[in-house]
Design a binder for this molecule. Structure first.
Ligand code: ZN
Ligand code: ZN
Length: 449
């Protein structure tokens, strides 16, 4: 989508104003269109092979950190490509890998993440097979154009396992995999049933386990001798229910009791539950977590039971880089897409789902565009989205494969834009530092630094 500019009535993309600003920029836009044609031709040439890889992964779904088949298929394929160096089981993670194409000339380092884990019981119902091949297509196209045009820099494809709760990207990041490659930007994508979008923001979440330890007593004869661990949990649960009225839009607290005692005639010595706290930013999530912890402490204080909190998985929200997003939108729309201008895209594409790409987005500039795939019945009625059996079927169609290839092309074009236009990389990094600063300020303001 484009908007009419105020001055001349010409149409222009708000985040890509430079293409209409001068003759010099117009010629750079033409050069970019030519690049897009070359990328497109290249990806069309490998699409069938990548389609077969996507089905290979899809039809043998593997859960987090057990994606041996996917790891094998992808690393074998990458090793067969000219100029690529592959590290299997990277950072001592069995099913992670790092594939590098180095131009030999020092320059920016662009990276893509490939996911390939499935969901328990419903296979590739999150469509990570499509994410994998979109990123592979993008990485190969970048390398191809780097070679053809002797461009400086490096492209890195990270095989990132266990997105569904295992935090594979966080493990790779903590092990120094991104730092070792001196990565400047990170690109990935995700299929869904909502419209194509680039400035996708996800929610920050933290899961944790709660346990209370009390003391048994006969519940009728001598209840005063006991310490009721279930009462502690119920008190906390009620306090959280009250807290929910005072939270900001975008704050979500969910919970369940997994252990509520042994028998009604015993004062419960042990209780346990699982809880998840979500918010739209990590600073807000941490502030909310403090308030939720206070509710659990209230349960302990009221009953005398001892509280134990064990933190589980935790993903930061995804902060999309608008400068990278502008480049992607421009390229994606030239390929027939229809992503709206930045401000509308940003508003429409906030989701309460979470991804470990969020943590990456706080470490380096990142985008994680959403791409629509068809999940409909024969009459065109909408069927289920990610994490439903309908979506598992939607993720293996030829049409979905073509959508993934278009995303791969746009990711490649965005990366090439970064590799060839230092002013873009400069702006991408400036915006990233500004975002980091705003995050720091928000943490100070909320007392969670
Ligand atoms: Zn998922
Ligand atoms: Zn997913």
């Amino acid at each position: 989508m484009t908007v009419a500019s105020a001055d001349g009535g010409r149409e222009q993309d708000d985040d890509f104003v430079m293409i209409n600003e001068s003759a010099a920029h117009a010629s750079s836009a033409m050069a970019q269109d030519h690049t897009l044609d070359l990328i497109s031709d290249y990806v069309d040439g490998v699409s069938n092979e990548l389609g077969a890889i996507s089905l290979e992964i899809h039809d043998r779904p593997e859960l987090q950190y057990k994606e041996c088949h996917a790891h094998d298929v992808l690393t074998k394929f990458m090793a067969s490509q000219k100029g690529w160096t592959i590290t299997r089981s990277a950072s001592n993670i069995d099913t992670a890998f790092v594939a590098v194409y180095d131009s030999g000339i020092k320059g920016p380092v662009v990276s893509l993440n490939a996911e390939y884990d499935a969901l328990k019981g419903i296979g590739h119902a999150c469509g990570h097979n499509l994410i994998a091949v979109a990123s592979v297509a993008g990485a190969l196209a970048i390398a191809h154009l780097m070679e053809q045009n002797q461009l400086a820099g490096r492209v890195v494809l990270f095989g990132t396992p266990a997105e569904e709760g295992g935090g594979g990207k966080i493990k790779l990041f903590d092990a120094g995999a991104y730092r070792d490659q001196e990565v400047d930007i990170s690109l990935i994508s995700h299929p869904g049933i909502s419209s194509d979008a680039v400035l996708v923001r996800t929610a920050a979440y933290t899961a944790f386990k709660v346990e209370y330890f009390g003391k048994e007593a006969h519940a009728a004869a001598r209840p005063w001798d006991g310490i009721n661990a279930l009462d502690a949990l119920i008190t906390a649960y009620s306090a959280i229910s009250v807290l929910r009225q005072q939270t900001e839009p975008g704050d979500i607290i969910q919970g369940m009791i997994t252990n509520g005692g042994l028998r009604p005639n015993i004062i419960h010595a042990y209780s346990a539950g699982r809880f998840v706290v979500r918010s739209s930013t990590r600073a807000r999530r941490e502030a909310l977590l403090k308030r939720v912890e206070a509710c659990f402490e209230a349960g302990a204080l009221a009953t005398g039971a001892k509280l134990k909190l064990t933190l589980g998985g935790s993903y930061d929200d995804h902060m999309p880089n608008k400068a990278l997003g502008g480049s992607y939108r421009h390229c994606f729309n030239r390929l027939g897409g229809d992503i709206p201008i930045g401000s509308i895209d940003m508003l429409q594409s906030a989701t309460m789902a979470s991804t470990d790409q969020g943590n990456i987005s706080y470490a380096m500039p990142s985008i994680s565009p959403n791409f629509w795939i068809r999940s409909e019945d024969e009459r065109g009625a909408q069927l289920g989205g990610p994490h439903t059996p309908d979506f598992e079927r939607a993720a293996r169609t030829e049409e979905a494969q073509q959508k993934a290839m278009r995303v791969g092309k746009a990711l490649a074009a965005t990366a090439l834009d970064v590799l060839t236009r230092p002013e873009l990389l400069h702006e991408v990094k400036r915006e990233f530092e500004e975002m980091r600063h705003a995050d720091k300020e928000a943490r100070v303001k909320r007392g969670v630094q």
